[in-house]
Design a protein around this ligand. Sequence first.
Ligand SMILES: C[S@@+](CC[C@H](N)C(=O)[O-])C[C@H]1O[C@@H](n2cnc3c(N)ncnc32)[C@H](O)[C@@H]1O
Length: 216
Amino acid sequence: MNEAARRRFIRKHTRLAAPGLVPEVRLQLATEMTPLWRATQKTLDDLDLPPPYWAFAWPGGQALARFMLDDAAVMRGRRVFAFAAGSGIDAIAAALAGAHSVVASDIDPFALSAIAINARANGVEIETTASDVLDGPPPDADIVIAADVFYEGPMSARTQRWLRRCAAAGRTVLTADPGRSYIPERGLEALSSYDVPTPEELEDAAEKRTTVYRVD
Ligand SMILES: C[S@@+](CC[C@H](N)C(=O)[O-])C[C@H]1O[C@@H](n2cnc3c(N)ncnc32)[C@H](O)[C@@H]1O
């Protein structure tokens, strides 16, 4: 599927809306999870692509976006790398908070198309990359952000190692997590917590207590 077809698919199955905790940001979001999941699965079965993470503003993404927008001095003038960006919520919030430049990564091509659509809807510029950066060196950036990335075992382990390497190399590393199964047991400094509104269909709760951390 080419870029134009992906964008048509995204627009057809989502609508522009603001996540509950971050009304300043507008994203192409799924209004109902099940039909989108089914449509995506049907379309993507042959292509062996992952589920549509890009159609939701995950609790981690919302909390980190809120943190950056409320404490914009942290981001102002910085070069930001947004790992596993999904819809692009945090990449966009970093840009709105005054980052000098923002690069967003995701291994799902649909996420990169969604980020392009969403960046435009918010009037910000985001560069995107499809590279899997986890086995490589820290990015050329001042701040690395990675929200809601500890939901699956092997990926979480690789992500933890890479985020620690980024921190050891002098990057400021921020993450946010609503208590997923694979959150690191050490090396996180809690900065701020939020009650994030979430679709019950997705999280089995109308709200998730979510914490923003600095990775040591
Ligand atoms: C739960 S979503 C979180 C999205 C966004 N950060 C948020 O909080 O709304 C996880 C995202 O990680 C992406 N992902 C998984 N493995 C990755 C990797 N190795 N490199 C980059 N992105 C990855 C998925 O495609 C998905 O978009």
